[in-house]
Design a protein around this ligand. Structure first.
Ligand code: SAM
Length: 458
């Protein structure tokens, strides 16, 4: 019997993986974790990059590959469907992810076809086996022959909303939701395209001067929040002020949502604020440093581990209390608070730029249970506030059902009055959505945050 050959086919899988392109392997591992165990790319990828200590250039490429492939999944699958003889759902999920990874490089990044095809075939051989590599090779060669995204979109001959969905990497139901929320057809495509790119990193200067944070980070002051700094690039985790907690990463829209609560006009003195769904503590962190002296901040979250993150975000702040509690069955007495922030659990459709797989994971069926929860939490927030006090209702989604429709229900009560949001932000253009507020990536460079302000009249 001849001894095992030392060639690639007989090597142990771990040995084979070591010989592979680090950026592409890391991107594949993210895709596989998203597919096989519902991982979140924005949590997993930074962890893998740290563990594997990729060079900055490779780390950047791995990020582009993983996020880009996840965002483009709808278009890539539409292309692959015509090239594979079986339904894609019947393929080995690892093979499908490898095909998507290769196709993304060919169609969107225009990586030379020999590099994109050969590296993906190598990955396939190492991860799945030689049998699958033939299929991957054959299919990717056809993808390469079809040209770039524009050529493929023309070949797919999609029209109307189907074309818009493919061209902007959104499922059709999200295209519908954005059209409805924007109310302006001319803005729809630019809005969806702005939602299809990686966002800038925004910092919040919590316990330090914003100018000092801009200098330390090399960033620019944000245009809307007086606490915001926008970073051109680089890892915010390297900044001493972020590591010490004097500054943090927070989208500028999220900062405005917290500031909304602080800016609402209030009758009478105040001593107690509540952040009812506070985890992981982004907005609570800003509320803690912007509240007037003598105001106690209570921050709650139903999930104990999220409440723990709030505790960490508020470490070192005086006169704060963090509780793990369900806002619908609260430990506090009715009418306890002067101001309540309800940053409600939602579909997260306004933050798709930073969670690339969420657009394909969410479905319209997710809305009904969330809306029910939002209505209950809003009723509870209004019960928690004293007469004359205010409730800010916020979601990181523009979907009408979980924004305007929810607040409209509460606004119809005879003890509730709507306070217009936009006049409280005279520096922010085009944010009025009726009396409510709506931020957009294409208009404001922020997540698509929705905000409303309600006052208990009695
Ligand atoms: C949109 S996130 C809040 C983000 C947070 N305000 C921030 O700025 O970091 C919604 C939070 O609501 C919490 N949550 C969900 N249902 C809840 C409930 N019934 N009562 C209290 N918190 C709840 C979730 O655990 C989640 O942390």
């Amino acid at each position: 019997m001849s001894p095992p050959r030392s060639g690639g086919r007989r090597r142990h899988p771990a040995t084979r993986r070591r010989a592979l392109d680090g950026a592409r392997l890391t991107a594949y591992d993210v895709l596989d974790a998203v597919t096989s165990r519902q991982a979140f790319a924005n949590l997993l990828l930074p962890q893998l990059l740290r563990e594997r200590q990729l060079e900055p250039r490779d780390a950047g490429f791995a990020t582009q590959l993983a996020y880009g492939t996840l965002r483009a999944q709808g278009t890539l699958d539409a292309i692959l469907t015509g090239l594979v003889s079986r339904p894609l759902a019947e393929l080995d999920p690892r093979v499908l992810d490898l095909l998507r990874l290769g196709a993304y490089q060919l169609v969107d990044l225009r990586v030379p076809s020999h590099a994109a095809v050969d590296t993906t075939v190598d990955l396939t051989r190492a991860i799945v086996g030689t049998g699958a590599s033939g299929l991957v090779n054959a299919v990717l060669r056809k993808v390469a022959a079809g040209g770039d995204r524009a050529a493929w979109l023309a070949a797919l001959a999609a029209e109307g909303d189907e074309r818009l969905a493919l061209a902007t990497d959104h499922p059709g139901w999200i295209v519908d939701a954005w059209r409805d929320a924007l109310g302006d057809e001319a803005e729809l495509e630019p809005a969806l395209l702005a939602d299809d790119v990686a966002p800038e990193v925004h910092l919040v200067a919590r316990r330090m001067d914003r100018a000092a944070l801009a200098e330390e980070s090399g960033g620019q002051p944000g245009p809307w929040s007086p606490y915001a700094v926008r970073l051109g690039g680089g890892d915010p985790g390297r900044l001493a002020s972020v590591r010490s907690g004097r500054a943090a990463v927070q989208d500028e829209g999220s900062q405005l949502a917290a500031l909304l609560l602080t800016r609402a006009p209030l009758d009478g003195p105040e001593s107690a604020w509540l952040d009812m769904c506070a985890g992981p503590g982004g907005k609570a962190g800003l509320l803690a440093v912007t509240r007037p002296g003598g105001v106690r901040l209570t921050a709650a979250d139903r999930a104990p581990h999220r409440a723990e993150l709030v505790r960490q975000a508020l470490a070192g702040e005086d006169d704060v209390e963090v509780v793990a509690a369900d806002g619908r069955e609260p430990p506090w007495q009715p009418g306890t608070f002067d101001r309540v922030l309800l940053d409600a659990p939602c579909t997260g459709l306004g933050a798709l730029r930073r969670r690339p797989e969420v657009r394909w994971r969410r479905t319209p069926e997710d809305l009904a249970p969330l809306v029910e929860l939002q209505l209950e939490l809003l009723a509870s927030a209004l019960a928690a506030v004293r007469p004359g006090g205010v409730v800010a209702f916020v979601t990181c989604s523009p979907h009408t059902e979980e924004t305007v429709a929810v607040v409209d229900v509460a606004a119809a009560r005879d003890d509730v009055e709507v306070l217009p949001v936009a006049p409280l932000f005279p520096e922010v253009p085009d944010m009025a959505r009726g009396d409510y507020g709506q931020l957009w990536p294409h208009r404001h460079g922020t997540d698509a945050m929705f905000m409303a302000l309600l006052r208990r009249t009695r």
